[in-house]
Design a protein around this ligand. Structure first.
Ligand code: ZN
Length: 307
């Protein structure tokens, strides 16, 4: 009886063991399956994040490309606006040349801190002008004037009336000095001149009676040509002369004229001259004037000599 009982117990134990083994195997198999699923899930999730990161990167790159395209378009637009404006200026210049009306813009007493601004405006409007320079300013800008295609002309080395009009020799000493300085700075052998105070000045009477009568003839004998003016911006009257005053004086002086030589100044104190320049050019162009620079052969405006 005991034997039979032991045998049953053994059988039951074996069955329980088998059941446990089967159950463990089953649990392990389930666990393995869950683990695999879980790992697949993580991999999928990683792939999703990677794909999202890539998508953000792609969007960033597309945005950058779009910004570049806009920049290129803007530049092209600016360039074509500039080309249209250049062509318009050129066309008006040719039309006005055909009308035979000419304006010579002239700037005395430079170069100065305003020279580059003046050159910028002249370039924008495709206008050539004439600069009567001294040795009192920023000499290195003389080269800029020449490189931009304008006439570099001689005014005076020191611009001190008491020195330059002390005698004929004193005048020529000063003229030779500015001539040589311009030659050194630019390589140009300039023969275009303007007397300080103009040929009609009376201040020279205080230093040498009759000197202007002699100089106006002698400079031409020496191969120079002098130029006064017949239109005055009035920027010499006071520093900071309002833009509208400068513009209206040039307009008034240009009325009924076919050839004007406009007096302006290029010194640090004459900021409003550079500011008025666009309006002065636009108005004169509208009135039918073409712009040109002075050469020794240009029609020369000469004032009456008073000394
Ligand atoms: Zn001057």
């Amino acid at each position: 009886m005991v034997k039979e009982t032991n045998s049953r117990i053994r059988i039951i134990s074996v069955i329980v063991c088998i059941a446990l083994v089967v159950s463990c195997a089953f649990t392990l198999a389930k666990f393995g399956e869950k683990k695999a699923n879980y790992e697949a899930c993580i991999t999928n999730h990683d792939l999703k994040i990677e794909s999202q990161i890539k998508s953000v990167e792609d969007n960033k790159s597309a945005l950058k490309n779009a910004e570049n395209d806009i920049e290129v378009f803007k530049m092209a637009n600016d360039e074509s606006s500039k080309q249209v404006s250049d062509k318009k200026n050129q066309l008006m210049q040719y039309e006005n040349l055909a009308k035979g009306k000419v304006c010579y813009l002239t700037f005395d007493d430079g170069p100065s801190n305003n020279t580059l601004e003046i050159l910028k405006v002249l370039k924008k409007y495709n206008v050539k002008a004439t600069f009567f320079v001294t040795a009192n300013g920023i000499n290195k800008y003389m080269k800029n004037i020449v490189e931009e295609g304008h006439t570099i002309a001689l005014h005076t080395y020191c611009h001190e009336y008491s020195k330059i009009y002390a005698s004929v020799d004193a005048y020529f000493d000063d003229l030779n000095k500015i001539h040589d300085l311009v030659k050194k700075e630019t390589g140009v052998d300039s023969r275009v001149i303007r007397f300080p105070g103009g040929s009609s000045n009376t201040i020279s009477r205080s230093y040498c009676s009759g000197i202007m009568s002699v100089l106006t003839k002698k400079v031409i004998e020496e191969g120079y040509q002098y130029f006064d003016w017949n239109a005055d911006s009035t920027d010499a009257n006071r520093d900071g002369q309002p833009v509208e005053t400068l513009v209206s004086h040039v307009n008034a002086d240009a009325k009924g004229m076919d050839s004007i030589t406009v007096l302006m100044h290029d010194t640090d104190a004459k900021k409003t001259t550079a500011q008025a320049l666009p309006q002065i050019i636009e108005n004169l162009r509208e009135k039918g004037f073409a712009f040109d620079k002075l050469t020794v052969n240009s029609p020369a405006v000469h004032h009456s000599v008073n000394n």
